[in-house]
Design a protein around this ligand. Structure first.
Ligand code: 5RP
Length: 235
């Protein structure tokens, strides 16, 4: 791919390293986001060059459309049943490979797909590696019905955990209310730091109206961090 910016070159390096893990006959989950776009391109290249026979499920309509436009056949996750490997991006990665995801609003399907995979590999550039999760907003997908009461429950939870009182934002895109592939909306929580990820994750999951949050705890097996010069660090 010619004329990549340094940031794009780092994403592409991580993507190439991840696609090197793909073997003939594998069942793959394809993630969402700008790094995943490189991954899908590199996967399509390998399939064209080597005639790999793969079964692929996509974590979003956007990834499905991209993959199909590049000649990859996408199936429903339930048609495949279980996956060998899911490759996805992340918004933050901590030293224990816990993640924040959902910057692209696809974390619900991404989490279902990762949970149905023997292995989850994350591809990212070095800006995503953090000591502690939370500087990036935490996306929480909620059902539109009763959204204000769901919001109240979330605020009470944040107060009980002494997390930031900054307002949570209802995600917009292009001046419109953002809707997920499932037709839900996203509340973005500005927390600055999340010292107790497990308590927050469990608390959010217990709130009626919360469909899924962007904390991926204990799900990632390997993170491949690309550099603009093409080197890749394994975490
Ligand atoms: C989408 C995601 C993405 O994987 C995450 O936002 C990273 O995206 P990018 O590679 O564009 O930085 O979780 O829901």
């Amino acid at each position: 791919m010619p004329d990549l910016s340094p940031a794009e070159a780092a994403k592409d390096a991580a993507a190439r390293a991840a696609i090197a893990l793909v073997q003939d006959g594998m069942r793959l989950g394809l993630g969402t986001g700008s790094t995943a776009v490189f991954m899908v391109h590199r996967l399509a290249e390998r399939v064209r060059a080597e005639g790999l026979r793969l079964r692929c499920a996509a974590t979003s309509r956007a990834t499905c459309d991209l993959a199909e436009s590049l000649g990859l056949r996408i199936e429903e996750l339930d048609e495949i049943g279980w996956l060998d490997l899911t490759i996805d991006g992340a918004d933050e990665i901590d030293p224990d490979l816990n993640l924040i995801k959902g910057g692209g609003g696809a974390h619900l399907r991404e989490k279902i797909t990762a949970a149905a995979s023997d292995r989850m590999v994350v591809v990212a550039d070095p800006t995503k590696v953090v000591e502690q999760l939370g500087a990036f907003h935490l996306p929480v997908e909620v059902i539109p019905f009763g959204m204000q009461t769901t919001r109240t429950h979330i605020q009470r939870l944040l107060d009980s955990l002494e997390l930031s009182r900054r307002p949570m934002l209802l995600r917009q895109r292009d001046g419109q209310l953002f809707r997920t592939d499932e037709g839900n909306v996203i509340l973005d929580l500005s927390l600055e730091a999340i010292p107790e990820c497990e308590a927050l994750a469990a608390g959010l999951s217990a709130i009626p109206g919360v469909v899924e949050h962007g904390l991926f705890l204990g799900m990632c097996d390997l993170a491949l961090i690309g550099s603009p010069d093409g080197r890749v660090i394994e975490m």
